[in-house]
Ligand binder design. Sequence first.
Ligand code: BG6
Length: 465
Amino acid sequence: MTKFSRDFLWGSASAAYQVEGAWDEDGKSLSIWDVFVRQPNRTFKNTTGDVAVDHYHHYKEDVKLMAEMGLKAYRFSIAWTRILPEGRGEVNQKGIEFYSNLIDELLKYNIEPIITIYHWDLPQVLQDEYGGWESRKIIDDFLYYAEVLFENFGDRVKYWIGLNEQNVFVGLGYRDGRFPPGIKNIQLMHQVNHIVNLANATIIKRFHDLKIKGQIGPSFAFPVLYALDNQPENVLAMEKSLDVNVWYWMDAYLLGRYPRTALAYLKNQFGIELDIREGDLDILKAGRPDFVGVNYYQSHTFAANVPNAEAGEPDQFKHVQNEHLERTSWGWEIDPIGLRIALRRITSRYDIPIMITENGLGEYDTLTEDRKIHDPYRIEYLDNHITAVQNAIEDGCQVIGYCTWSFTDLLSWLNGYGKRYGFVYVDRDEEEGGSLERIRKDSFYWYQKLIKEFESKRENSRTHS
Ligand code: BG6
């Protein structure tokens, strides 16, 4: 534990759509998710975030539980649709008020607020008007939205995440069609992605120009990739995937350019040429983040693929199982060492501080008759991943914080309420019934103890130094 810095942010995280509910209250407009989940069979049992776990009305109770746990930081996202119902223009004071109260409530208990500016819930009006992220018009609107947040909360919030998992919302939204806007068009996906990169860099630059006392960076779903074995064809396949699935995003954030090999791959494989205009790369370079957020759940293994393959990239690479790892009930491979590898890879390529902005285990939990939740599997998962973080720090990585996913149970975008991640159980069933009662799981007490031990070691080392 002594490896962690004195002000290490022991945190936990959530996202507006997954916890808040109150989908049409106090002036909030529709987001693309509010609309998407109303299309039949888009989500598990057609679940929606209309009520979610009703954090909008329970936030004081939730923050009190965080304080009881001893949490040092809470990462949450802001719903653009609450702040700017028209996507831009007039600010909805009720929206500002909600987040302002949440921030004050956190600070009252010395919990550091970490704001995610965009966790996927784009105002539907912007999608309708110009295709949302498909148009460069979004850059100005996103900047304006971010400025409103900086202006209202910049006095109290030191840590900012611009975008959550750009690779996921762009990939699932435009290549796989499983997220809104539900499009399957890889050419469009990459053009959209470039625009998102420009928007990300633009708000980072403005944050720096405004000299806000704080730090800003994106959160990336960092895929740790392995080759199936040491057969050179498999190693090459993994390298190709690494270029196009990892460095393609990370280099844009941190080096202000795209890897040549990734651009060549996109051209050769799909005939894609990015619409990079004069000045674009300067914009990317001018918006270097202060830290990078890493969301990590699992690693992925790759092997060479045959031409005409139906799965994976024909003739290039395909995803295969790793036989050395156990899997969750949703088939996610559990790999704490993978997290250490992720942190090492980022450090060695970019030399930048890292915040782990999400890490956790989604599992079914059982409420016992005496209203307890015994979740040793979650404790084991988190404990092993924290050890991996500690090892990475010993390896030389600068890790400034660790946020579990999630604090309370919440709505899993496509998997409903059965896949639970929280320290706090919320009585909410798969048919969207339940009392919304909050119940502490065993893992709640475990994390509480871990933070307490960290604190007392820190105090001891202070007295002895
Ligand atoms: C991350 C997202 O991709 O993974 C979270 O940032 C999400 O919002 C989490 O909930 C877990 O994914 P899932 O599909 O298990 O809910």
